[in-house]
Design a protein around this ligand. Structure first.
Ligand code: ATP
Ligand code: LTN
Length: 330
């Protein structure tokens, strides 16, 4: 059976970008494969974060996973740090990714560019090693992610191939899956940068009330001219709104363009806002229902158990292959 694995960091409030690029699609794999979805809390520590904020975001993310339609009976939902195999495999595999390739990672370059050298933690640099462990521990075939994470799955593939070449075929080489539409939702206030939960300006948060969401779409930056046309270079604002609409309606960009032919910007935005509210309304209602009863966190305990069983097997396989002595074994 196909294994699907993905994760989101509990670094802040989830945005519409996270929803469209990742969260919305996780449930689609539940009936055709074995799904593992986790909360990447160890990755959240790679940049400074307040402990209470991290803790609250972790619980919240679990509720958002459930609200997105992930069914704990079909999918394994767990917290990264609750499965110790992630850290254990990390301490082995960190020796097989190299400084040169890690320093070429776009995410590292972007995040570290804003920081003083003396404040850049080793974890931020080694981020792809832990991410590779997350993926490889579960023999994942498919990793659904937004565009910004493709490079990290590619380095995971390189690492798996490197290990397999050296020690025999012990790791599954994963593939990424990026959606055709909506893999990179841009900021509403500056459509040349990615909508991101750590950059709160003008972005739609899943926790915003529906009115705020509507207002944010209505005041999104558009472009000069009056035609609703997809042109990322000259009309990044309009193109972003078209992308949001197309991905929520599950149609192509061309179909969305056709639908809005002859529209003025104001009416165009109104319909995009309607589409957002239509999708977010029921989603948010499910979320509220879930958090009203703390027992939903039990899902994470069951997830920990199931995930550990799978992860520990892979960990053992790697430990043995590289020559670590199993003192419990024969
Ligand atoms: P941070 O701002 O803390 O770096 P983020 O908002 O980029 O966080 P992640 O936890 O890194 O969120 O990403 C979770 C998932 O959401 C990933 O699969 C990522 O590719 C996807 N994603 C994040 N932002 C967007 C976006 N703007 N458009 C589409 N997908 C996105
Ligand atoms: N780096 C990812 C979160 C993440 C992840 C993973 C995604 C950590 N480990 C393994 C897929 C598979 C991010 O920033 N979204």
């Amino acid at each position: 059976m196909t294994r699907i694995l993905s994760g989101i960091k509990p670094t802040g409030q989830l945005t519409l970008g996270n929803y469209i690029g990742a969260l919305k699609h996780f449930k689609d794999f539940q009936d055709s494969g074995e799904v593992f979805i986790f909360i990447a809390d160890l990755h959240a520590l790679t940049l400074p974060i307040d402990p209470k904020f991290l803790n609250d975001n972790t619980r919240d993310l679990a509720a958002f996973y459930l609200a997105s339609g992930l069914d704990p009976k079909k999918s394994t939902i767990f917290v990264q740090s609750s499965v110790s195999a992630h850290s254990e495999l990390n301490s082995i595999l960190q020796n097989y990714l190299y400084m040169g390739e890690l320093s070429r990672m776009t995410q590292f370059k972007e995040k570290s560019a804003k920081m003083k050298d003396s404040a850049i933690g080793l974890g931020l640099f080694a981020y792809p090693v832990l991410m590779a462990c997350d993926i490889l521990l579960y023999d994942a075939d498919i990793v659904p992610v937004g565009e910004d994470q493709v490079q990290h799955v590619e380095i995971t593939r390189d690492l798996a191939n490197r290990i397999n070449k050296r020690y025999g075929d012990i790791l599954v080489v994963p593939n990424y899956k990026v959606n055709k539409v909506g893999a990179r939702i841009m900021s509403l206030s500056d459509p040349t940068v990615k909508m991101s939960k750590s950059d709160p300006k003008g972005d739609i948060f899943l926790k915003d009330d529906l009115n705020t969401m509507r207002k944010k779409i209505m005041s999104a930056v558009t472009d000069s001219g009056s035609e609703v046309k997809y042109d990322k270079e000259n009309k990044p604002g309009v193109s972003n709104l078209l992308t949001i609409y197309a991905s929520l309606k599950e149609i192509s960009i061309e179909e969305a363009e056709k639908h809005f032919e002859g529209y003025r910007y104001g009416d165009f935005k109104r319909e995009v806002a309607d589409a957002v509210v239509e999708e977010m309304g029921p989603f948010k209602a499910r979320y509220e229902e879930i958090i009203a009863n703390k027992s939903y966190l039990e899902v994470l305990r069951i997830g920990q158990e199931r995930a550990s069983q799978v992860a520990n097997k892979t960990l053992k396989r790697v430990q043995k292959a590289v020559g670590l002595l199993d003192v419990d074994g024969e």
